[in-house]
Write a protein that binds this ligand. Structure first.
Ligand code: URA
Ligand code: CA
Length: 434
């Protein structure tokens, strides 16, 4: 008979687990037969001793099997999902879904609401009056087959083992372990039915992985798990030393996504969307190579095809697609408050997390799961790293309905570092792993 204490000892001594052992650990944990203190000790052993590629793939598989899985086989074509390891003001999904759908890549997305920093994709989409993610599975599949893109709210019980394990890791100092992070992220993508996966692994001060080498290691681990489980996976390593794009907040990010689909978006957001979208198109078999994919996506923006796709997607789910031509139809904040630069110089640092927190203080994000959010409020950044500023020039504009203005202003000022010497703009794309 297998005993958990022996398996902890085995991992503690740096020996690899078998597939059966990993199944025993995960199923025993979710059924409650193995107590949390033993899983804690085991997670710490994994933290120090790591896992080989087979163990990582088996762990991912067992986490997938702990809950429901979504079957997207009724959708024609190769379903490619995109996952970001998390950033502030990351509007890529709102741009990418219609953009890649417009060149024939099916996008079937299950999304959640945001907690903390800013809203999730569903919150953002609900800025479009009437838009609903509460659709049946049949309707969801029909919409993707007809329009190539649809978003459904999280209904199924996906990867409960991950929720349980993540909660435990969070309080036992075992979050920051490559095999545990990689299996956690990949299990969720696999359970939600993706055939192929494009990962946006963030790196830098505002990211989970602050050092490039760590981000590359995490990316390689996830790409390898994907390959071992029969899912073509690519990873792009992108900058999170400052928020992406210029807008943070729900309706503001919808506006920014629309601008980007029109070809008028911020350079960094546009470039990252074209890069991630090209990898999605290649994995979906809709482009011969990366250059061909990129050319098709640029063309879709230029001809208005991507924007048209956004309108189709929005109106199919009950949303008001007229916002595309009449931005005033999006929720509007009552006041615009400028935060001015305290001195002359160059922006050398912007703490992304702090900007996210400032937006939350204005009401854009949830402090707790049940908080109400204000879709209209948020932050527009006028200055990013490398930009010159003069004293009293606007750094950001706070879009507010009266809540949290002074606290948000203080957070913004704390998050900006203005130096005498010129700083280079950070690199946007550091590496691609396929
Ligand atoms: N995000 C996840 O989903 N899981 C982790 O373990 C870390 C970040
Ligand atoms: Ca943004």
């Amino acid at each position: 008979m297998m005993r958990m204490v022996d398996l902890i000892e085995k991992k503690r001594d740096g020996k690899p687990h078998t597939k059966e052992e990993i199944r025993f650990i995960i199923s025993g944990y979710t059924s409650g037969e193995i107590p949390e203190y033993q899983i804690s000790a085991w997670a710490m052993a994994v933290y120090f001793q790591d896992m080989n590629p087979d163990e990582r793939a088996w762990l991912t598989e067992e986490i997938v099997q702990s809950g429901d899985t979504i079957d997207l086989s009724a959708i024609e074509g190769i379903k490619v999902d995109k996952h970001s390891t998390g950033g502030v003001g990351d509007t890529t999904t709102l741009v990418l879904a219609p953009l890649v759908a417009s060149i024939g890549v099916p996008v079937a997305k299950m999304s959640g609401r945001g907690l903390g920093h800013t809203g999730g994709t569903i919150d953002k989409l609900e800025s479009l009056k009437g838009f609903s993610v509460e659709i049946s599975n049949d309707e969801f599949i029909r919409l993707v087959n007809e329009n190539k893109a649809a978003v459904i709210g999280q209904t199924a019980d996906l990867t409960p083992a991950d929720k349980q394990l993540y909660g435990l890791r969070d309080v036992t100092a075992t979050v920051n372990s490559i095999p545990l992070i990689a299996s956690s992220i990949m299990s969720k993508k696999l359970a939600s039915g993706a055939d192929a996966i494009v990962l946006d692994v963030k790196t830098g001060a505002g990211a989970f992985m602050k050092k490039l080498e760590e981000s590359q290691e995490l990316a390689r681990a996830m790409v390898e798990i994907g390959k071992n489980l029969g899912r073509n996976t690519s990873a792009v390593i992108s900058d999170m030393n400052q928020p992406l794009g210029n807008m943070i907040g729900n309706a503001l990010e919808v506006q920014e996504a629309i601008d980007t689909l029109k070809g008028n978006g911020p350079d960094d957001l546009t470039e990252l969307c074209l890069t991630l979208g090209s990898h999605m198109a290649v994995l979906a078999g809709k482009a011969a190579d990366f250059e061909d994919a990129r050319r098709q996506l640029e063309e879709a923006i230029k001809t208005g095809k991507a924007l048209e796709q956004f309108k189709i997607f929005v109106s199919a789910q009950g949303g008001d697609e007229k916002v595309v031509d009449e931005p005033g139809k999006l929720p509007q904040a009552a006041e615009h408050v400028t935060v001015a630069a305290p001195r002359d110089g160059y922006v050398s640092e912007i703490e992304a997390d702090e900007i996210g927190t400032a937006a939350m203080l204005l009401g854009a994000g949830r402090a707790t799961k049940t908080s109400e959010i204000d879709l209209a409020v948020g932050i527009e950044m006028h200055k990013k790293i490398g930009d010159q500023v003069k004293k009293d020039e606007p750094l950001v504009t706070l879009y507010t309905n009266g809540q949290g203005v002074e606290d948000a202003r203080a957070k913004v000022l704390e998050s900006y570092t203005i130096s005498a010497e010129k700083t280079e703009k950070p690199t946007l794309i550091y590496d691609v792993i396929t």
